[in-house]
Ligand binder design. Structure first.
Ligand code: FAQ
Length: 310
């Protein structure tokens, strides 16, 4: 007897409830596949576009050690993009299609990469704050129900932890360094604090995808829950360095044990998401140029593969 779609869905949801991973050849509802392609694709694009803000500082790193670390970090982000495009391909979408969607402005990537890196301290602040926020989110995704995405996240989180540590080390040194270094660290915190909080996405009440993602075990924590966890961890760290958080409403709430923040400027966030942030146009222009410059490599690889008949 044919199993009905309703039965297949019930079996699929029972597997998720038992904590089993869903693998590429397994039956899955179309909505699950679509959500994963959307999210993993956006995540892959974020890693690739995310190479640009820090990559701009490679030639200006202050010491050889810092330069080596930064090159390794930016190269890691490229690797993360590769794992993620592969993970999305297991769902039946091609990398070419995903990249075309990005370059055509149809696919999103994280809002955080649409801000300029104005000083060297921004490199440290990205490592500490931006990678820190990414890890919070990705540690949750390492537990997600889709096998290839969850396994990619385990490896990515391990590498991001190194990014986080080198960023924290830099900012800690500068915050205790010369007056100019302190000023640079504070200025970087002033500019990156709010965009980092926006990385977690809109408030739960406006997060259209969360109910579906939670139902199918892709997300196990909401945008606001992860943001609050991140704030609670980061505020004492910055205070310990005598750096001030750029939020006049920030206060500790004894009852909940949470650091409560002032209102997030969501109008600004949506402007950035829609392509009108400080660096959106530059970021997309850089990706299009890289894609055009790489055309001969793709052609050469395709010709080689054809010769080998693979
Ligand atoms: N930027 O319904 P929700 C990194 C969109 S990796 C742009 O709440 P969802 C490593 C969202 O897509 C950083 N768009 O969405 C690194 C949706 O639009 P859609 C990237 C955003 O999926 C470090 C709409 O708003 N990480 O940093 C943003 O439930 C340093 C409604 O939102 C990932 O991609 C945003 N910030 O939750 C690299 C992790 N937030 O698609 C280099 C995977 C929301 O319906 C240097 N993704 N939107 O048209 C996720 O966990 C989720 O997708 C969220 C959003 C949490 C980002």
């Amino acid at each position: 007897m044919e199993t009905s779609d309703a039965d297949k869905l019930a079996q699929f949801e029972a597997r998720i409830a038992r904590g089993e991973k869903i693998e590429p050849g397994d039956w899955m509802p179309e909505g699950y596949r679509r959500q994963l392609i959307r999210m993993i694709g956006q995540h892959a694009h974020s890693e690739i576009v995310g190479m640009l803000p820090e990559g701009a500082w490679i030639t200006a790193a202050p010491t050889l050690r810092r330069k080596l670390v930064l090159i390794a970090k930016v190269q890691d982000e490229a690797g993360h993009g590769q794992y993620l495009y592969h993970a999305a391909e297991t769902l039946g979408v091609s990398r070419e299609h995903m990249v075309d969607e990005l370059l055509a402005g149809k696919a999103k990537y994280s809002s955080i990469f649409n801000y300029p890196t104005l000083t060297w301290a921004d490199v440290g602040m990205i490592g500490w704050l931006v990678d820190g926020a990414a890890i919070k989110n990705q540690t949750m995704l390492a537990q997600c129900s889709y096998g290839p995405y969850s396994r990619a996240m385990v490896r990515i989180c391990a590498e991001e932890t190194f990014h986080f540590k080198q960023g924290k080390e830099m900012i800690s040194i500068y915050a205790q360094g010369t007056p100019l270094q302190r000023e640079m660290a504070q200025d970087a915190l002033n500019r990156w604090w709010w965009p980092s909080l926006m990385m977690f996405g809109p408030h739960d009440s406006d997060s259209a995808n969360t109910p579906t993602l939670t139902r199918w075990g892709i997300k196990t924590r909401s945008n606001d829950e992860l943001r609050q966890k991140f704030i609670n961890e980061m505020v004492p760290e910055f205070h310990a360095l005598d750096l001030s958080i750029p939020d006049p409403d920030l206060r500790y709430d004894e009852a909940s044990g949470n650091w409560l923040i002032g209102p997030i400027d969501w109008d600004h966030f949506w402007q950035v998401v829609k392509g009108n942030g400080p660096m959106n146009k530059e970021r997309m222009a850089a990706r299009r140029k890289a894609h055009e410059d790489g055309q001969w490599v793709r052609e050469a690889l395709a010709a080689y593969a054809e010769r080998l008949n693979v």
